[in-house]
Design a protein around this ligand. Structure first.
Ligand code: 2BA
Ligand code: 2BA
Length: 109
């Protein structure tokens, strides 16, 4: 058995939760905060049999994979108009940070 820890964007968490439950991956969802951006993210703990780890990783990748998103320009309020980009730009958002740990013992009391 393995413990898969997946840190994902809040934006993806509901969809990931739905897919995990639908595919019979038992899981626990924690509200977490990234140390760098200090913004909220979501951490999933998922204890899973060894033979289903790859299936789980694929599900996380498919649900939370990086994607390009178009960000509309924001008109500068005063300040330096030289840096203003007057057209939408593509940025990369999403993705997941995943750790797979061995489980020494699993009990349900
Ligand atoms: P929940 O996911 O909200 O599940 C609550 C209870 O619902 C479970 O109790 C179990 O009796 C039932 N249940 C959950 N998923 C099921 C399914 N796919 N089919 C049938 N019954 C299901 P517990 O097994 O005692 O788990 C209590 C809580 O412990 C779970 O809350 C979850 O937060 C965590 N948990 C359990 N197994 C886990 C695992 N493999 N990985 C991560 N967290 C787990
Ligand atoms: P990611 O590398 O995709 O990480 C997203 C979130 O995953 C992180 O949020 C953190 O909560 C968690 N995480 C990533 N690596 C981890 C690790 N080794 N152990 C435990 N948790 C981990 P944030 O810390 O807020 O970081 C958000 C994004 O900022 C990161 O995205 C990365 O692109 C960037 N970043 C983080 N630290 C950086 C640094 N020291 N220098 C430059 N960019 C950094």
């Amino acid at each position: 058995m393995k413990m898969v820890i997946a840190i994902v964007q809040d934006h993806d968490s509901q969809r990931l939760n739905d897919k995990l439950t639908k595919n019979d991956f038992r899981n626990t969802k924690l509200a977490s905060t990234g140390g760098f951006l200090r913004a909220g993210n979501t951490t999933f703990l998922c204890g899973v049999e060894d033979e289903r780890v790859d299936e789980l990783l694929k599900l996380i990748d498919d649900t939370c994979g990086n994607r390009e998103q178009t960000v509309a320009p924001v008109t500068p309020m005063g300040g330096n108009a030289d840096s203003y980009i007057p057209y939408p730009v593509e940025v990369e958002v999403g993705g997941a940070t995943v750790f797979v740990l061995p489980i020494e013992q699993f009990e349900r009391f």
